[in-house]
Design a protein around this ligand. Structure first.
Ligand SMILES: [Zn+2]
Length: 298
């Protein structure tokens, strides 16, 4: 007899906690994202020449997302004689049927096997550590996954980790090999819109409006920059950038509006042995993460 009021109180408490959690968007934590970069860099280069580091990174992404997402698949492929794996995690909202209400967020998880921009010639044949170029995009997506698991978005969201982005101009290979394969391998996957994040952790974050994105997906550029403006995300520059070959291009060429959020002009450690965690900042990651969070939740 004494138990009943206690049970009612507990139930009421639980109800109020859950409704409070549902009423506002969970916050993106830049420190969590920074830790995700450190974890990846500690695995070593994520290149075809370092299969151990690559497998450890793949396991890390998979193990992080498996309990959070509705579905996760690894898609192996061979292209130009190279073996790669794209990783695809879905946060399904059954109410958002079809692809009309489906958002894709992507990043490349491979890193560059050479450091051809390094001023020290002896280091140009070494792989880059890939903290910003490779690590940062993955880190933002993994922290967003935590938010999506706390509060389910109204739309279905796909997080896609592309392999073999950064083989461009090596033995005449193009950039974005994995993303091109993904678009070819999944002809029925046509999200309504998407964003690629690449090199988004720099202390002096500077993301202008990448030119292919602006030309081929102007409405989406407008949408993202108006969110950035409302959030006072100062790393987003309302200026036209240059044309950059990245994982968004295969989508744009297939008629899917996908834009590229990428630091430009490239930092001086880009494609060098100095692409390390010291250049990264939790606050920059948080700016990008909060803009993407608002993009998904609103
Ligand atoms: Zn690169």
């Amino acid at each position: 007899m004494q138990l009943k009021p206690v049970i009612i109180c507990v139930v009421l408490l639980l109800l109020s906690v859950s409704s409070a959690a549902e009423s506002k968007s969970p916050l993106f934590n830049g420190e969590n994202a920074l830790t995700h970069i450190k974890t990846q860099v500690a695995f070593g280069p994520r290149t075809i020449d370092n299969s151990e580091g690559k497998q450890a990174t793949l396991d890390f992404i998979h193990q992080t997302l498996e309990p959070l997402s509705s579905k996760i698949t690894v898609q192996p492929f061979t292209v130009q004689g190279l073996n790669g794996k794209n990783i695809w995690a879905t946060f399904m909202n059954p109410k958002a049927m079809g692809t009309a209400n489906r958002i894709m967020l992507g990043a490349h998880w491979d890193t560059r096997p050479i450091s051809e921009q390094d001023p020290d010639h002896s280091k140009q044949t070494l792989p880059t550590p890939g903290a910003n170029d490779g690590g940062s995009g993955v880190a933002v997506l993994l922290e967003l996954a935590r938010l999506f698991s706390i509060r389910k978005p109204e739309v279905t969201v796909d997080l896609i980790f592309f392999d073999l982005e950064d083989m461009g101009n090596i033995k005449n290979l193009p950039f974005a090999l994995g993303a091109q394969v993904f678009v070819d391998q999944n002809p029925f996957y046509r999200p309504s819109k998407g964003v690629i994040v690449d090199m988004v952790c720099d202390k002096n974050l500077r993301i202008p409006q990448e030119r292919y994105s602006k030309k081929q997906a102007p409405l989406l550029i407008k949408e993202i920059w108006s969110i950035a403006e409302a959030q006072n995300a100062t790393g987003f520059y309302k200026q036209q950038g240059t044309y950059i070959q990245d994982d968004h291009l295969p989508f744009l060429n297939a008629g899917i509006p996908v834009i590229d959020l990428i630091h430009y002009p490239f930092p001086d450690y880009w494609h060098t042995s100095r692409d390390t965690i010291e250049n990264c900042d939790a606050e920059s990651l948080e700016q990008v993460g909060n803009v993407l969070s608002a993009f998904v939740y609103n």
